[in-house]
Design a protein around this ligand. Structure first.
Ligand code: FMN
Length: 224
């Protein structure tokens, strides 16, 4: 798989094979590759805590137990999307949700159906590994962007190895529960989780192909 193929093949996997673990060596290899991502001043501001096995299962069971009482989570430390999201971003976000539900045959008014899919976030979509991405609270937008480059590099390296991933901002709303198992230093805040595992190729949810705006919509050229 060459680079362009890996970029095009990566997608957010929302159903993983439960019978296919990912070992620690593979996770370390992916983190090592991802650490070659660039960062302003070479700060390398990303911090990763990887959970698997019993700790991950316990986290899933804790959040499952709390979810009915706290459907919006425990409260995030940052706002995931801006208030009054402008166009074209609002429509893109809306469409991505609608496309996801259409893929799995959940209709517009089917709130329980939508909630069922949303709840799959708790199980990390059955992924055997959960990576939790932390940044020191001191960090600024530039360093958050650096973390994004790290995440994309990791996702592509995983894709190239036949693995799949799903970024999960969902976990920022459950950072207190996550912290029970990741035990981060006080200075760190949780940006997101990343579900990692072998994709379930038969799962219809994994057939979702999200749109992209054409280059002409997001880039301008001057002086060519
Ligand atoms: C940082 C980050 C957080 C995300 N959080 C979630 C999430 O909590 N739940 C989810 O189902 N998808 C989540 N996604 C997946 C996005 O919805 C997805 O990347 C987007 O719709 C584009 O689709 P694609 O990844 O399949 O190309 C997240 C993606 C990123 C990069």
């Amino acid at each position: 798989m060459n680079f362009d193929e890996a970029v095009r093949a990566r997608y957010s996997c929302r159903a993983f094979r439960t019978d296919q673990p990912v070992d620690r060596q593979t996770v370390e290899e992916l983190l090592d590759i991802a650490s070659h991502a660039p960062s302003g001043g070479n700060l390398q501001p990303w911090n990763i805590i990887a959970l698997s096995g019993k700790p991950l299962a316990s986290l899933v069971s804790d959040v499952t137990a709390s979810f009915a009482e706290l459907p919006r989570g425990e409260g995030g430390e940052y706002r995931i999307y801006p208030e009054n999201l402008k166009e074209p971003y609002f429509t893109r976000r809306h469409k991505c949700g609608e496309d996801l539900y259409a893929t799995i045959g959940v209709e517009r008014g089917d709130k329980p159906g939508r909630m069922k899919q949303f709840r799959r976030n708790i199980e990390m979509f059955s992924a055997p590994v959960g990576l939790f991405v932390y940044l020191d609270r001191q960090m600024q937008p530039g360093q958050w962007s650096d973390a994004g480059m790290f995440i994309q590099t990791l996702m592509l390296a995983a894709t190239e190895r036949g693995l799949a991933t799903c970024g999960q901002e969902f976990w920022s709303m459950w950072h207190k529960s996550v912290a029970q198992y990741t035990k981060p230093p006080q200075d760190w805040m949780l940006f997101c989780g990343i579900a990692l595992g072998v994709p379930d190729a038969d799962a219809v949810v994994n057939s979702l192909k999200t749109d992209r705006a054409p280059v002409s919509e997001f880039a301008r050229f001057t002086g060519f």
